[in-house]
Write a protein of this length. Structure first.
Length: 199
């Protein structure tokens, strides 16, 4: 269901163009993203409540999360959100270099988790990874709402540009920092494995 909602969400953003007279498209996009994020929270809640964890779930849950969030970030840094073609300013406040950092973090953590779990170590999502996901799930629809308001009245809501930038930069920073515990945790495991037996 999350993948289906994400697909429709992306299709809507693919048709959106800032100042293109289709600002209303952002309303269903916001609703769809929130609905998809809620399915993630509900899925986790039910899995814990019923104590049901499957290999399929361990693969598909993070996969769906990454498709939804990374896809949203890619679109926010895309041509549909270009405010000024001469300067390349994006009304979303999300730029390609940010997308590269976010994707790099996800690839690194996914690689680390895969390698560690293949050697028998439990390397599931930690509290920082969950907080990162929550922040991303809040900021994406918030940015879309800000873009909608700026398109309706860019002067009256100009102050929202500062709010948008704070949210976006904070999310990028938290996303990167949330990957550090995975790196340090993996380094400890590797060092312990390489340490010679004192006996």
């Amino acid at each position: 269901l999350r993948l289906v909602l994400a697909g429709i969400f992306f299709a809507i953003l693919a048709f959106y163009r800032y100042d293109g007279g289709v600002a209303w498209l952002l309303i269903p996009a916001i609703v769809l993203f929130i609905a998809a994020a809620v399915t993630d929270a509900l899925d986790g809640h039910l899995a814990r409540k019923w104590e049901v964890v499957s290999k399929f779930g361990r693969i598909m849950d993070p996969f769906c999360d990454k498709v939804l969030v990374l896809g949203a970030v890619v679109f926010l840094a895309g041509p549909g959100f270009v405010e000024d073609t001469r300067t390349g300013v994006l009304v979303s406040g999300v730029y390609p270099w940010m997308v590269v950092l976010v994707i790099a973090r996800e690839l690194l953590v996914t690689g680390i988790r895969g390698e560690m779990e293949s050697t028998g170590h439990d390397f599931g999502a930690n509290v920082w990874g969950k907080l990162k996901m929550i922040l991303q799930s809040v900021v994406v629809p918030a940015v879309l709402l800000i873009v909608l308001l700026l398109e309706v009245d860019d002067r009256g809501f100009a102050w929202l540009g500062w709010v948008r930038d704070v949210l976006v930069y904070a999310t990028v920073i938290v996303t990167i920092l949330s990957g550090l515990p995975y790196v340090t945790g993996a380094m400890k495991i590797v060092r312990a494995a390489e340490k010679p037996d004192e006996d």
